[in-house]
Design a protein around this ligand. Structure first.
Ligand code: GNR
Ligand code: NI
Length: 178
C-alpha cells in the first residue's frame, strides 16, 4: 500500500459476453505506482465481490497482473505479475467446480493439469517461483486464462455456453432498465 490514507476504488468487473474479456494482456514492462494502485484496487474489488481471484483483464486493464486469496480469513492476498506457467505432468489432471466473477451465477466442472510450476514477479517486482497444489493451482490457471482472453465457458459445450450467454444478456438488460 502506498499510503494508509488512500481510498480504495471498487472496480467494475466486465461480464461475459463483453468482447473486452477477449483481449490478450501485454506484459508489465516496469512495475510503477500506477500498477501498485491498480493492484490495491483489484484486491479490494476481489474481497468486496467475495472472489478468490481476479485478473486485470476482468477490470478492463490489459496487462499481465493477477491477484489471488484462497485463505479462509481473507487476509493473505497474493500478487502475480507476468506469471508464466509450466505444466509439470500433462497426464495428471483433476476436475474442480469453477465459478467466475465475469460469469456470475454459473458453476462448471473444469478439468486442468494438477502439477504446475509458476514463475512471476511479486508486488515489489521481485522474481518468485511457486509449485502450487490443489485450489491454488486451479485458480492460477483460471486467472492465466483471463490474461489470454479465455473464459471458463470456453471449456463447456456450445449449447451450454449459448444458454449462459442469453441468461447473462437478459439480466444485464434488466439491470439497465431498472
Ligand atoms: O471467485 C472465484 N472462485 C473460483 C472458484 C473455482 C475456480 C476458480 C475461481 S476464480 C473466481 C474469481 C474469478 O472469476 N477470477 O477470475
Ligand atoms: Ni474468472
Amino acid at each position: 500500500m502506498q499510503s494508509k490514507f488512500i481510498k480504495m476504488k471498487l472496480l467494475k468487473i466486465l461480464e461475459f459476453p463483453d468482447p473486452r474479456l477477449r483481449t490478450k494482456a501485454k506484459p508489465v514492462e516496469k512495475v510503477t505506482n500506477v500498477h501498485k494502485e491498480l493492484i490495491d484496487n483489484m484486491i479490494h474489488t476481489m474481497y468486496e465481490s467475495k472472489g478468490i481471484g481476479l485478473a486485470a483483464t476482468q477490470v478492463d486493464f490489459h496487462e499481465r497482473i493477477l491477484v489471488i486469496d484462497i485463505s479462509e480469513e481473507r487476509d493473505d492476498p497474493q500478487v502475480f505479475i507476468n506469471p508464466e506457467v509450466e505444466i509439470l505432468n500433462k497426464d495428471e489432471k483433476s476436475g474442480y467446480e469453477e465459478g467466475c466473477l465475469s460469469v456470475p451465477g454459473f458453476y462448471e466442472e473444469i478439468i486442468r493439469p494438477e502439477k504446475i510450476k509458476v514463475t512471476y514477479l511479486d508486488r515489489d517486482g521481485k522474481k518468485q517461483t511457486l509449485m502450487p497444489e490443489g485450489l491454488l493451482a486451479v485458480v492460477i490457471q483460471h486467472e492465466m486464462d483471463h490474461l489470454e482472453g479465455i473464459l471458463m465457458v470456453d471449456y463447456i459445450s456450445n449449447i451450454k455456453r449459448q444458454r449462459i450467454k442469453q441468461k447473462l444478456q437478459k439480466s444485464a438488460k434488466e439491470k439497465i432498465a431498472s
